[in-house]
Design a protein around this ligand. Sequence first.
Ligand code: ADP
Ligand code: MG
Length: 470
Amino acid sequence: TPVEKYRAISPAEFFYKYREIAGFSNPARAIYQTVRELVENALDATDAHGIMPDIKISIRKVDEIQEFYRITVEDNGIGIPPDVVPDAFGRVLFSSKYVLRQTRGMYGLGVKMAVLYGQMTTGRPVEVITSKPGFKRIYYFKLRIDVNRNEPVIIERGSWRKNREWHGTIVSITIEGDWGRAKPKIKEYLFKTAIVTPYANIVALTPDDEIIYYPRIIDKIPRPPLEVKPHPHGVDLELLKQIISSHNYTSVEELLIKGFQSIGEATAKSILQQAGIDPGKPVSELSDNELLSLVNTLKSMKDIRAPSIKAISPLGSDVIIAGLKRVFQPEFVYAVSRRPQAYQGHPFIVEAGIAYGGKTPMSDDDKPIILRYANKIPLLYDEGSDVTTMVVKEDISWDHYMVSFPAPIAILVHVCSTKIPFKGVGKESIADVPEVRKEIKLVLMDVLRELKKYLSKKAKEEELKKRAEH
Ligand code: ADP
Ligand code: MG
């Protein structure tokens, strides 16, 4: 029989081989996904740090014969320290977003997938220009990824003095793309991004020399998210061991109070009593059984404060209303941001908006136009299997709200959390988690009640008008 050949592969090699799972399956999907990854990094570097985003996108065909496109995205964000640039763009699974804080990115994968795709289709390296606020120099890098080692290879680097106070990042990646097929999706992506970022200037230059421009329409930016410590309800044995090994807590009591959110002295005492552990016991002396008993007590503690919402950044009803007005100029618009809830120790907030009439397009025969968002990113694929679609189709009786389809109705649903239950790494749809599903249903009922009031008032007025005419 043939001999089995064993070997290990690096994360870069894994994602290079299975790039489809990250959305890089063909030249059309790849160009869309590249634009998206760069724009999302640009927005994370701005609004999540309280900076009003100015985002410039350019997609240019750079070869006469081959379908090679150079995609450049510039932001006015926090920039990247020069010593971090090579890993940020050249090491798969390297990120500043592996903390408990709401961001668009979360896997440390996106931009590296685009770099890899460029590398395998055009052979061109990624180019990065960046400077942080207050830095005196601007840094420039050209690099590629060593797939076997999962390491950046710097091809060229340099820096120059700043002669004006510029900060931000400019990234250029050249990939083989299919602009013709990707164009509608990229436009849809920018349109849907513009709806939830009315506080951003977004301008894009396309290969057809078209300029797509969404000027900023409000000066209000959602409160930036802050990093928080883990909540006791989300703990498991591994996480507990990680918290212990990465800090120098002396007693178990200190571990509980300083290592977690929502635990004060009194709570710590009652947890330790329930778990049968002496509060003064040194962390290093905890036995495996004691650790397990601690985890079980933490997970099941009832009278504990809900997870902190500092780490999440909802849009707020003003931003949603401004965004819907920006694109639909509707005759009726309304939005609701619900109170925070929790699942598995993670806080989440569900928000919804509704636009009716004006330039809102006609919906399908069985449902409204659905605009789905998770942590401020639009979800464009897999609508059928998304929890919002399930709620719209199964949990809402539209007749009750005087709505029959088709109708000029768009609903927007935004779920934000430190952990979105995505169905895959492509981040295209949200799974049917009962806690989340319930909130989506409730928020839709909130906005639909207002629509119903509006529609019945309108119907009455029309009725009166008709009578007056007779
Ligand atoms: P993720 O966004 O999931 O963290 P990426 O591979 O897209 O993963 O990006 C890796 C890291 O590079 C980010 O976590 C961030 O720290 C940094 N980065 C990428 N693009 C930018 C940018 N435009 N501005 C500032 N930092 C950036
Ligand atoms: Mg990213």
